[in-house]
Design a protein. Structure first.
Length: 189
């Protein structure tokens, strides 16, 4: 199994380490020719969604990635990655991949509370350590979306078909079970 990790900005190395610890082969996606490689899954990491969104267009990656996701490529977006995959970003006209029927709120916890650590239940996994960094949350989700975790009344993990998203950063803890979930439940369906 080969998983491509978008490596334009933000924390992609940690995702690669988790994937490799689970026995997956990985490669970094930086240029459009990287997309010629066979790919069973894709990770869009955290960072700054506006920066990653701009780079995706400037580097001619956006259209090809969107086509692949729309045709069923399993994808896992964390934090900024979740924002890029959402159908709508609250309060803006901007939309990127439009791959999962959720409305997300950027920087949703305010300046002071934007970064925090907690542990909470995630459906299909159990209690998961969760690191939030200037995090978004999911304001609302369509009927086809499975809500996987709620923290303080806010949806922080969800899945629709081939698309998994978390508002937190599972790659920043030593616990690789969310990546395992992606491999076992989203890639291998
Ligand atoms: N606040 C960032 C954004 O809006 C996301 C933060 C993150 O990925 N850690 O893109």
């Amino acid at each position: 199994m080969r998983v491509g990790v978008l490596a334009l900005q933000g924390g992609f190395i940690e995702h690669i380490r988790h994937l490799q610890s689970l026995g997956a082969d990985t490669f970094e996606i930086r240029k459009c020719w990287d997309l010629a490689q066979p790919m069973d899954g894709l990770i869009i990491p955290g960072g700054e969604s506006t920066t990653i969104g701009k780079l995706l267009n400037d580097l001619d990656l956006f259209d090809d990635l969107k086509k692949k996701i729309d045709s069923g490529l399993p994808v896992f977006g964390t934090c900024a990655g979740m924002i890029l995959l959402a159908r709508e970003i609250a309060g803006t006209e901007t939309v990127y991949f439009d791959s999962i029927d959720i409305i997300v709120k950027r920087n949703a916890y305010g300046r002071q509370l934007g970064s925090f650590f907690t542990e909470a239940e995630m459906t299909g996994i159990g209690t998961v350590p969760m690191t939030f960094i200037r995090a978004p949350y999911i304001e609302s989700a369509g009927a086809g979306v499975e809500i996987l975790s709620v923290v303080n009344g806010r949806i922080v993990a969800a899945r629709e078909k081939n698309v998994l998203v978390t508002a937190f950063h599972p790659e920043l803890t030593s616990d690789n079970r969310v990546h395992r979930y992606f491999i076992e439940n989203v890639i291998r369906i």
